[in-house]
Design a protein around this ligand. Structure first.
Ligand SMILES: Cc1cc2nc3c(=O)[nH]c(=O)nc-3n(C[C@H](O)[C@H](O)[C@H](O)COP(=O)(O)OP(=O)(O)OC[C@H]3O[C@@H](n4cnc5c(N)ncnc54)[C@H](O)[C@@H]3O)c2cc1C
Length: 429
């Protein structure tokens, strides 16, 4: 049986970041990926954040296959055909990017090439079926290939949201519909001039729009639209449980979103090139798996490291991967891969924004699950109030403001609104 220092299962951002940091620390490292090459199986909206990615590959954006630097981010509340929107734009983000749109098929492949340059061996088209043990210690992996057992001092599980190995290793529980969202996405091609005109962009600038409320028929989730070089990524993601309860299929929800007048206009004349679907871990802080035990660590989506509110997943994946790779190298160099030694991985995540943010939003999922009216009633009230306020019909403004309050309290009582504000404050602030 061939032996390695570190075996990483999965060639997504978490796994590749883990492998790069372990290899840079001198570890004999391999990544086993089930796809034809890293990226083929991977789906993201997808906005990639510059600073965390720079930590894995410095100045990556100067040569990586990125689409557009994001200079404008819009947030909208939809109700029927109405829409209220807030937006932030900073052209300085063109030259000092905060984030970029990417297509994962290209980006992950490029990142795997950076891993190879760092000395990582990538084994594609291979599925890891199980872990191997020496006593309680994880000591390698069993792959689907003939003579497919490989030994390792440490295994890093970066298999994404479908956490089969983490469950087998006794680290995670099987996914439950309450803890997972389903997202569908289309890539729609459009000439770059049309994209720039429709989103008010200069050449080489990008924009994002997150849409709440009727974009997902009021189900907890979002609709998103991101600009690529010559295409638009559009999708919807919602918690799985309410989707099942309300008998929507993900595809029907996407069609419902695309039919909204504001959205339809942005897509006009475009051609669907790709259709993708994927799960998103939404368990949050209270459903984190155990992050490590003797000889093994879990990273990225497998570790439920996802901050949906701020649309952050790839960065949590990369930072967790990088941290696990560093800890693996330290443990192996010290000749001690015990559970106690690998506890340093969790400490690193607790000291960083990764677990601090998840802890901060720990009540969020429950709050929205228990208050499904939030994304139905409030987008309605906000849109109606904006429509009333902006209507010029000779009604004095003081009277109009009273009418707006009456309209709001008719839809939701004063105690109801107070309860919602308190709940939202506890969940989000
Ligand atoms: C629709 C959608 C939109 C999103 N938008 C954003 C966004 O805009 N910004 C953002 O930061 N995040 C976003 N995310 C989240 C982000 O995509 C994930 O958090 C991130 O991809 C997690 O990376 P990962 O490496 O943990 O998992 P993955 O990217 O899922 O990688 C897992 C890899 O493991 C491989 N694998 C799995 N099992 C095995 C096995 N047994 N053997 C071998 N290989 C295996 C898979 O083929 C895959 O390559 C989005 C997610 C979705 C679904």
């Amino acid at each position: 049986m061939e032996n390695f220092d570190v075996i990483v299962v999965g060639g997504g951002p978490a796994g590749l970041s883990a492998a790069i940091s372990a290899a840079k620390a001198g570890m004999k490292t391999i990544v086993i990926e089930r796809g034809n090459y890293p990226g083929t199986k991977n789906v993201m909206g997808g906005i990639l954040y510059t600073k965390p990615t720079n930590m894995v590959v410095p100045d990556f954006w100067k040569e990586a296959p990125i689409e557009r630097p994001i200079i404008e981010q819009r947030i909208a509340m939809l109700s029927g055909d109405q829409c209220v929107m807030a937006s932030h734009r900073d052209p300085a983000w063109t030259t000092e990017p905060n984030a970029h749109s990417v297509l994962r098929v290209k980006f992950d492949r490029w990142l795997s090439q950076q891993a190879e340059k760092a000395g990582v061996m990538i084994i594609p088209e291979t599925i890891v079926e199980d872990l191997l043990y020496r006593g309680d210690q994880v000591a390698g992996v069993r792959t689907g290939r003939g003579e497919g057992d490989l030994g390792a001092k440490i295994v890093i599980i970066a298999e994404g949201v479908n956490n089969f190995l983490a469950v087998k290793a006794g680290l995670a529980k099987p996914l439950h519909p309450h803890n997972v969202a389903v997202a569908v996405k289309e890539i729609i091609t459009l000439p770059k001039e049309k994209i720039e005109d429709r989103f008010c962009l200069e050449e080489g600038q990008g924009a994002t729009i997150e849409l709440y409320g009727d974009s997902t028929a009021g189900i907890m989730g979002t609709g998103f639209i991101y600009t690529n070089k010559e295409s638009i990524s559009i999708g919807v993601g919602t918690l799985l449980q309410p989707l099942i309860q309300q008998k929507w299929t993900p595809n029907d929800l996407l069609e419902h979103f695309k039919a909204k007048p504001y959205v339809k206009r942005l897509l006009q004349g475009g051609e669907t090139k790709e259709y993708l679907a994927h799960l998103i871990p939404e368990g949050g802080y209270t459903n984190l798996p155990k992050l490590y035990r003797q000889g093994v660590m879990v990273v990225g989506d497998t570790a439920m490291l996802m901050n949906s509110l701020n649309r952050e997943g790839s960065n949590l994946a990369m930072i967790s991967g990088m941290s696990a790779g560093e800890v693996a190298a330290q443990a192996i160099s010290a000749g001690d891969t015990s559970e106690q030694m690998l506890a340093a991985y969790e400490r690193k995540l607790r000291d960083s924004f990764v677990l601090k943010d998840l802890h901060h939003y720990r009540h969020m999922s429950k709050f929205f699950e228990n208050n499904p009216h939030m994304l139905k009633i409030y987008p309605e009230i906000i849109n109606h109030a904006a429509g009333m306020y902006l209507t010029v019909d000779g009604v004095p403004k003081k009277q109009r403001q009273k009418e707006i309050l009456r309209m709001a309290f008719k839809r939701r009582s004063i105690p109801g609104i107070m309860k919602d504000i308190y709940g939202a404050w506890r969940a989000l602030l």
